[in-house]
Design a protein around this ligand. Structure first.
Ligand code: TXA
Ligand code: MG
Length: 311
């Protein structure tokens, strides 16, 4: 575990340059970072996560200059970038082919993000190259929003974990693909759909079908705790209850009924509910209803996937 100081960033850069894996904080979730130009390093990311297939990875860079070195930026992409970067947005753009093929899974497009978290910015600037980074959790399990989550899930597989504190947004980035007929929404995430639509003045084209090649991360079951999870209005017996607003539970996503707070708490609360269920010998996690607007859409998306039956 590396705490936030000058030495830790230099140490992380040295490990990454040598083809190592470093867990880095971002404002959405912790990422498992590797040098995107080094195919062996990228292969180790898939190995560490135990990913069943070579799903393409998101490439992180510090600024627009660095984006232009890996992707083609259309005027529409530029408009989205200007509005939401640095931040919880990923854009799928035509690739210039300057990163390892394994990063894009052989696609002609590349997913790019400029994160806002101060420590990720300092790491990216010091490394001076693109970092491929999926969420730093074993494949299919709950995403990490604390350094301790990474240590628990992947501790033995990473060369270092940079501790940047709890993630402020707590949900993965919203993934958008600008195209000649409009902007396609590939994953709901930290930037609510409504904010993007307000900027563009047109609706997004929903493209969220699970299992599509475009966004293979959209697997039916994902973000899942070990304990079975259900979304239900009325609590079930022998369940750990996750409440929201007036729905009181053993744990609460946001007692104030605030969706931003609920998003930031979501994955940590799932981790805690799983531990509580184990400790109390309970076989079920029950989650109170969440309004399906703004960030609530992304929260419900993650909960539905966590509740999906095991394949
Ligand atoms: O907030 C986030 O996005 C976090 C942090 C670490 O940046 N990262 C993250 O990565 O959630 P991951 O690997 O768990 O999810 C990446 C998603 C997957 O659904 C993948 O299929 C999609 O991005 N993706 C990557 N490249 C793509 C491409 N060329 N076309 C379509 N989807 C792509
Ligand atoms: Mg993930």
């Amino acid at each position: 575990m590396l705490h936030d100081d000058v030495h830790s960033v230099a140490r992380a850069v040295a490990l990454l340059s040598a083809g190592g894996l470093v867990a880095m904080p971002t404002e959405t979730v912790y990422g498992l970072a590797a040098d995107a130009r080094n195919p062996r390093a990228v292969a180790r990311v898939f190995e560490a996560k135990g990913r069943p297939t070579f799903n393409p990875l998101i490439v992180h860079v510090p600024d627009m200059e660095a984006v232009a070195e890996i992707a083609e930026v259309s005027p529409l992409a530029r408009q989205l970038a200007d509005a939401f970067w640095p931040g919880a947005l990923t854009l799928v753009l035509p690739s210039l082919g300057t990163v390892a093929d394994l990063v894009t899974g052989g696609l002609s497009t590349i997913a790019v993000r400029i994160p806002a978290h101060d420590l990720s910015q300092r790491l990216l600037r010091a490394f001076d190259g693109p970092l491929a980074a999926p969420s730093a959790n074993p494949s299919g399990q709950i995403s990490p929003t604390r350094a301790a989550h990474v240590a628990a899930g992947l501790g033995g597989q990473v060369n270092a974990i940079l501790d940047g504190g709890p993630c402020a947004v707590g949900l993965e980035s919203t993934i958008l693909a600008p195209s000649p007929d409009g902007v396609r929404l590939l994953r709901e995430g930290g930037i609510p759909r409504e904010r993007v639509e307000a900027l563009l003045g047109t609706p997004l084209i929903a493209d969220l079908t699970p299992g599509r090649v475009e966004a293979p991360g959209q697997m039916e079951r994902h973000y899942a705790p070990a304990t079975r999870l259900v979304m239900a209005d009325t609590p079930r017996p022998n369940a750990v209850v996750i409440g929201f607003g007036d729905h009181i539970g053993d744990l609460n996503l946001s007692a104030a009924g605030d969706l931003v707070e609920a998003a930031a708490n979501l994955f940590a609360t799932l981790h805690a509910a799983d531990a509580l269920a184990k400790g109390q010998g309970k076989s079920l996690i029950c989650v109170a209803p969440i309004p399906d607007t703004g960030l609530g859409r992304a929260i419900n998306d993650r909960l539905r996937r966590a509740a999906a039956p095991q394949a």
